[in-house]
Design a protein around this ligand. Structure first.
Ligand SMILES: [Zn+2]
Length: 215
């Protein structure tokens, strides 16, 4: 069986199972959406927003691109942010990067002439890497440099989002959070909490430690 056909069959199975488990699920879905969270993540197939946060359809408004970049010059990114903040009135904007990110890694390597769009897209990452060149050069392994740059990238996108007029312009601006996902253990680390104090990050750290102990 070809892959699209298998996917369509899986869709039928999912639809039936979901309706069976909760008869009101699809009627609710059809009424409209009111997600509380805008998720800005990487396109990487291994970091699906709903799956890694145990979320359901309707929970997250999602924008994904290579290396989870917030690009004010890009109408795709900006229309998603505008709609999420002004129409859906999300309470939270979460930038979630991940370790082992190919887009971030590519920005530390010679650019490929075959990928002009990717090159333009990751240009801000190359510039960010340059700004942190001393710190990155202190790491001997390329993977370690890429992982540190992935963290710095999340923090940079958080900074850009927090200062953007669309975010700041609302009476009660959404909180902007910076997270990073670990492919090795499936856990998310909080790099920047949107709350004034970092107590939430500490709470989550304790929760994660407890879940590891329980496992
Ligand atoms: Zn990635």
């Amino acid at each position: 069986m070809n892959r699209p056909k298998r996917m369509l069959l899986e869709n039928i199975a999912w639809s039936r199972e979901t309706a069976h488990a909760d008869a009101q699920f699809f009627p609710r879905l059809a009424q409209g959406q009111s997600p509380k969270v805008l998720w800005i993540g990487c396109s990487d197939s291994r970091v699906p927003a709903e799956t890694v946060t145990n979320a359901n359809p309707g929970d997250l408004f999602v924008h994904r691109n290579i290396a989870n970049l917030f690009s004010p010059s890009d109408d795709n990114t900006m229309s998603v942010l505008e709609y999420a903040v002004r129409v859906l009135k999300v309470d939270h904007v979460i930038v979630c990067g991940h370790y082992g990110c190919g887009g971030v890694r590519a920005s530390l390597l010679p650019l490929s002439s075959d990928l002009p769009h990717v090159n333009r897209r990751i240009a801000p990452l190359c510039a960010l890497g340059e700004r942190h060149r001393d710190e990155l050069d202190a790491l001997s392994e390329l993977d370690a440099r890429a992982n540190r740059l992935a963290e710095l990238n999340v923090l940079e996108q958080v900074r850009l989002l927090r200062q953007h007029a669309i975010v700041r312009g609302r009476d009660e601006p959404p909180l902007v959070h910076g997270w990073i996902f670990g492919l090795n253990d499936g856990l998310i680390k909080v790099l920047a909490s949107g709350y004034p104090e970092e107590s939430e990050a500490q709470d989550i750290g304790r929760m994660q430690a407890a879940s590891l102990r329980a496992a």
